[in-house]
Design a protein around this ligand. Sequence first.
Ligand code: TEU
Length: 587
Amino acid sequence: VNKQRWWKEAIVYQVYPASFLDSGAGNKPGWGDIPGITSKLDYLKHLGVDVLWLSPIYKSPQADMGYDIADYKDIDPVYGSLEDVDHLISELKKRDMKLMMDLVVNHTSDQHAWFLDSRSSKQSSKRDWYIWKPAKYDKDGNRQPPNNWSRILGEENSAWTYDETTDEYFLSLFTAEQPDLNWENPDVREAVHDVLRFWLDRGCSGFRMDVINHISKVQTFPDAEVIAPDHKYQPGFKYYCNGPRLHEWLKNMRAEVLDKYDTITVGEMPFVRDENEILKIVREDEKELNMIFIFEQVDIDNEPGKYRMTLRDWDADEIRKIFSHWQRLMIDKDGWNSLFVENHDNPRSVSRYCNDSDEFRELSAKLLCLMMTTLAGTLYVYQGQELGMRNVPIEWSPDEYKDVESINYWNKMNNMYPGNKEKLDFAHHLLQRKARDHSRTPVQWSAEPNAGFCKADVTPWMRVNDDYKEVNAEAQRKQNDPDKLSVLQFWKRGLANRKEHKDVFVYGDFQVLDENDKKVFAYKRASDKEAFVLALNFTKDEVKWQIPEAAKVKKWVAGNYTAGQPDKPTSGTITLRPFEGMLGTSE
Ligand code: TEU
């Protein structure tokens, strides 16, 4: 059914600029920069990347690592200059690659000129660009925020920040430094369109739109239901996720701006699961966005309805249910989706979904690569994922975690349970499993000091993972073993295979092969011309696996235990080793 589009076939690589590569070209020592990114374009091209998505590089006080923007049309000196971006774009073009910028327009920084003006007085012409409300007073006469919504990055706090100058509260869903824009105001929408045009005219090819489903809020701002009784403030998702005017504004942005260029757009949409609601955005004839990030697979280990620092068990059956559900959205319903298991807000995928011990790390990374390169959807690879980078070890003290969410969480636990070793050890354990920091450690380029991320005598903004001497790009690029590919070589081959057989892997049909299996996820992909079968053991156990009738395997052609073709029967019962994954041709 699906129409061919370049943005469906593209391999998108996410760069988290602070942690990618510090070229040393001035700026801020120990922080990655734009020249550093430009210097690695050959590496990325060689890997098979088509589009670079840069997390925010705009001028920012970095209260939330650039997701707090103080000027949409300028670059933070930490990362370089507008000239550096122009140079990056022209170097990308030379290689037939494209640039995607991160568009963070649900909120700005509290240092943005718009907000400084807005907060200065109730008469300011920008007052209504943000969401201001008077205080409420409780029965004892104490000042309270306008409603009970909690902050997303620090749920013990109110989503409203009190401002003395005008004795009112402004809405700040993420942190106090990230005031929410008032999209109800048409001037705000026009200002956003202007930002889009600015970047598109400069040669950027599209946007990843940060929490774009939060822009329309229910205008009565009602109290949220109590789902966390031990907290004063409650998540107000229901009143600001996919709110009443979201579709109107997305359609408008598309018609006014995006349709005048050839773009790729992906909307970040936390908390949305309703298929019909999603189709309203991603069906091609709706003319809103090309695709969105659905979070179900990265929420797999979160307790339902709870905050994110929780840990629950899951099995291959859940992996199958989640991925196969969203496959159907594309195959049967003319929608489109993105495919990702890592980004800058999540732990590393080998650590989360498989096993990151020395014994299993590489197998795990390759197992996930087999899955990601053979499912439908635009594929997003996060920096370091192609190397099988893993979470930081439990030995690191919580003081090494730099993310505002982790710091808020750790402080909260220390305030709630001062000196309680058991509680705090568990909190530390959760940080080690779930924190956003794990994906933010510097990319491991080589076995040189600081993993080659920055000069030896410079201190990186975030500590380098201790395993860099074993896990790094240079060693993996140079690996020369006829029996075993490095994770990097495996990814390169996987991406090439995806492109070579795009009829199947991007556009083909998808069929689950072993419904309900709790250990193995197996599926078939097929076009009119050819078909492939995948068998993925998501456990640390050896599994006796009965090859399903419908698989009709002709030949096993690739697997994560060998560089060559797996030597296994194509019917009957076979043994899948721990985290073994295989790709076969099928009738
Ligand atoms: O994230 C939005 C978001 O709600 C989640 O991904 C959130 O970070 C996670 O649930 C908390 O653990 C986006 C950005 O990706 C993130 O880095 C920013 O902090 C956030 O928006 C605010 O701009």
